[in-house]
Design a protein around this ligand. Sequence first.
Ligand code: SF4
Length: 352
Amino acid sequence: MKHFSGIITSWYQQNKRDLPWRNTNDPYMIWLSEIILQQTRVDQGMSYYIKFAESFPSVNDLAKADEEKVMKLWQGLGYYSRARNLHAAAKTVKAEYKGKFPSAYETILSLKGIGEYTAAAIASFAFNKPHAVVDGNVYRVLSRVFGIETPIDSTNGKKEFLQLANELLNKKEPALHNQAIMEFGALQCKPQNPDCSVCPLNMHCYAFAKKQVNELPVKSKKTKVRDRFFNYIVLTNKESTIINKRTDKDIWTNLYDFPLIETPMGVAEPDLIVSSEWKKLVGKNKYVLRAVSPEYKHVLSHQKIYARFWEIECAKDLSNFKPDAAIIIKKKDLQKYAVPRLIENYLERKIS
Ligand code: SF4
C-alpha cells in the first residue's frame, strides 16, 4: 500500500498521547521506558518510569546502584528478570562503552535483556536509524490491514511481519513512523472491537472488508499455565519475623518472601504439619498457629499460584526456627525489602 506511512503518521499527529519518553531522544530514557512498558499498561508504567528516571538520571547512576535498590524500585511491576537485566546492561554500558549508550543496532541488541523490538525502538527513536519496530500492536495492525494469517508466534510469522514492517517503514522518518504505528495499534486498531468506522485505513483494510477483525492476528500456541500451591510460614514473635531471599532459579529470584512450603495441591493443617519441610522448619519448637489467611490467587504468565499464609507465633527466640538462607528481621523493617506483589498484597491486607 502506497500511502500507509503517510496515513498513520498524520493520524498520529492528531491523536498521539503526550508521554514523557516521547519528549526525549536520550537512548537511556527510551530504553528505560521500553523495558518498563513491556507487558505493562502505560498508566501503570508511568509512575515507575518517573521513579527510575529520578533515582537514576543516567545510565552510569543505574550502573552504580545497589541491586537491592533497583529491585525495590521495581517492586510490583513483575517480570523481575527485566530489572536484573536492565541493571546488568547498564553496568556493561558503563564498563565497555564508557557510559555512552551505543548507537549501532547490533551493539544495542547485544546488551542483556534487549531483544530485536527494543533494539529497533532505541535505534530509531534515539538515533533515527531505519529499523522497524514490531511489537504486539504492530503485529495486530499489519495482520489486519494486510490480511496475514501466519501465526505471529511462529518463526515464519516473525520473519514475515518483520520484513513487511521494514518494507513499509518510512526510511526518512523512522522514529515518527514507528511511534505512529505503535500508537495506532494501541489506540485505534485495539485488540477488541476497534471502531473501524472512524479508521483512516478502513478503505484499505483486509480484515474490515472481510469481517475478520476479531480473527486477526492468529496465534498458534496456547501458553501452558502451571498451578502451584504455596504455603507461606509467617513466623513471628513480638518484634521480629523471618524472611527468605529467593536464590533458586525460579520466579522472583533475589526478592524476599517468607519461608515457603510448596505442596502439590492445597493442604489443611494436619497434612502440612506432618510434612518433612514443616518438621525441618519448625522442629520441636513451641508455637501457636494464630491464623491461616484466605487463599490468595496470583496469576503470572505461565503459572497460577494459590497461596496461604500460616501465621505462627513463636517463643521469644526465632533463631531456633531459622531455616537455611533465611534472615531474622524486625517486623517494622519488612517494608525495606523488595518483595513480590503477592507478598505485598498480603501485607497490605494485613495492615489495613
Ligand atoms: S479498519 Fe479496523 S481493523 Fe482495519 S486497521 Fe482500522 S481499526 Fe484496524
